[in-house]
Design a protein around this ligand. Structure first.
Ligand SMILES: CC(C)(COP(=O)(O)OP(=O)(O)OC[C@H]1O[C@@H](n2cnc3c(N)ncnc32)[C@H](O)[C@@H]1OP(=O)(O)O)[C@@H](O)C(=O)NCCC(=O)NCCS
Length: 239
């Protein structure tokens, strides 16, 4: 399994144009002295999109700037897409073992989280949490979202994880989008209110040991695009 320090060593920095977009994997940056510029840019882009023309007012600051600052960002891996240099899409992956806390653990508690992972044939040390899967409205419906998530699967596989957990919105049927990519709801859970997003979210999981062929192909493509060396070989179809 790759640690954050190992990741710095193994990772040949990406930034490759593919299908008209530039794709990049940003590594956790919590140990650096200053915040990298891309983190502020990411927060502004997410804030603008989540704000959604006033639908979620908390994402606009009093000075008029958009922001979605989240301490979890500095601990996470981020797959990003750019068009003409501008950030237009993102998705992040947090290794549960590297997190001081993660949203899932803070909601459910460490023991319940471990129990859930055990029933999924996994454990905290083999799990990640994915979130903030966002594509700018003018770039939606062009598979940017699919490639971003395939980049997350490739990164998770590269890190040696078995399971990815994620909280999906339901009001705009995002849980359907997740299901179309092979995610499944965790049994025994209803939805949780997420007032900051004006949504109700559902706990879902993605099993990296049972990946559909189409996702395997996209993920392996993204691991090349992101230039991830593959310590455990390419992801292989499990179903
Ligand atoms: C969800 C989102 C990231 C998808 O980005 P995108 O670039 O349009 O996605 P793609 O074109 O790659 O499509 C991905 C798949 O999800 C499906 N999908 C996307 N949005 C959907 C929605 N609201 N409801 C149902 N399915 C959806 C697509 O149909 C596609 O599935 P298919 O290939 O089987 O048809 C984008 O709509 C977005 O940023 N939404 C707002 C933020 C958000 O809700 N993020 C999810 C966090 S829970």
């Amino acid at each position: 399994m790759i640690s954050i320090d190992d990741a710095e060593t193994h990772f040949k920095r990406g930034g490759f144009t593919f299908d008209g977009y530039e794709w990049r994997l940003e590594l956790p940056c919590s140990s650096r002295d200053s915040q990298p510029d891309w983190l502020e840019e990411l927060s502004a882009m997410r804030g603008r999109i989540i704000y959604d023309q006033g639908h979620r007012p908390a994402f606009r600051q009093t000075d008029g700037r958009f922001a979605d600052p989240d301490p979890v960002d500095a601990l996470s891996f981020h797959v990003t897409a750019r068009a003409s240099g501008n950030l237009v899409g993102c998705a992040r992956l947090l290794k549960c073992a590297d997190a001081h806390t993660n949203w899932t653990e803070s909601l459910l508690g460490a023991r319940r989280l471990e129990h859930i992972l055990n029933t999924l044939n996994s454990a905290t040390g083999m799990a990640g949490e994915s979130g903030r899967w966002i594509v700018a409205p003018e770039h939606r419906g062009r598979r940017v979202g699919r490639y971003l998530m395939a980049g997350v699967y490739a990164t998770a596989h590269w890190l040696g994880l078995r399971t990815i957990l994620g909280w999906s919105g339901t009001h705009e049927r995002q849980d359907r989008a997740f299901m179309s990519m092979g995610w499944q709801p965790v049994d025994g859970f209803g939805t949780f209110p997420a007032p900051q997003f004006d949504d109700e979210v559902r706990l879902m999981y993605f099993d990296l040991t049972r990946v559909k062929r189409v996702q395997v192909e996209l993920s392996n493509q993204m691991s090349q695009v992101l230039e991830l060396s593959q310590p455990a070989g390419c992801l292989a179809a499990g179903v």
